[in-house]
Unconditional design. Sequence first.
Length: 278
Amino acid sequence: MLMEHEIPEGSKLYFGEIAKTKRKIENLASEIFEKNQFQEIVLPTFSYHQLKSIASEQLIHLTDRNNYPMNLRADSTIDLSKILLKRIGKNNKNSRWFYIQPIYRYPSSEQYQIGAEKIGNTDLNEILKINIDIFSALNFFPLLQLSNIAIPKLISEKLNISIKLFQNIEIKKLLELKIDWLTKLIYLEKVEEIQDILKDLPDFLKDEVLAIQELAQNIKYKDVRVAPLYYTKMDYYDNLIFKFIGNNRVFARGGRYSIDEISSVGFSIYTDEVLSFI
């Protein structure tokens, strides 16, 4: 039996000091974005495009007045890209946008996000630096993990193995292949170790692994790890990706992606997770 004061599992309620802290984080992020010439966008809560990036079972399904299927927004990147390219793009030349808004997942998960996108730009250095600047302003320094989603995709293609081995992190099955360079990639964690194993890698992987090294060398951050075989379930990511993690939580993630053949970069901070640690 539901009590009058109950809220759905997964939904969020903030009040008092924690609501004040949440607003402080959002205001601080807004200032940093605007300092870097990003403009704010507020996206619709309802979306026709979510199935292009999110599995159907994770979405909250609705229909519009014409019985056309739609969903509550479960991912901001796909809608931002679609709306900017198809609706706003003709009248607005700005390609740098940020948002502060929640996303929703089935059955009743609500997650506040702070994010930014650079549409038509593939330079991940600046977008990662802005993420670091926001966390630094909060005196918050979780582990930064760098990956390149092109690496597991290429290995899957060249070795004719399922991408699900990477998606499901089936390390044992990958080790059972007994491929020396693959084993070295599995255990690779430190940026400085990349140069040591580079000579053992097949040619089709060298540039992609070097891209991780270059990204790491272009930023100033103390706690960095590499995970070259990490594979994210977000369909639009296609190259370098990053995430900030700690205590089995993800505080932010971002990377390079392609939507409608336009390559862009962006990231999202998971505000609820950050609030629980600062």
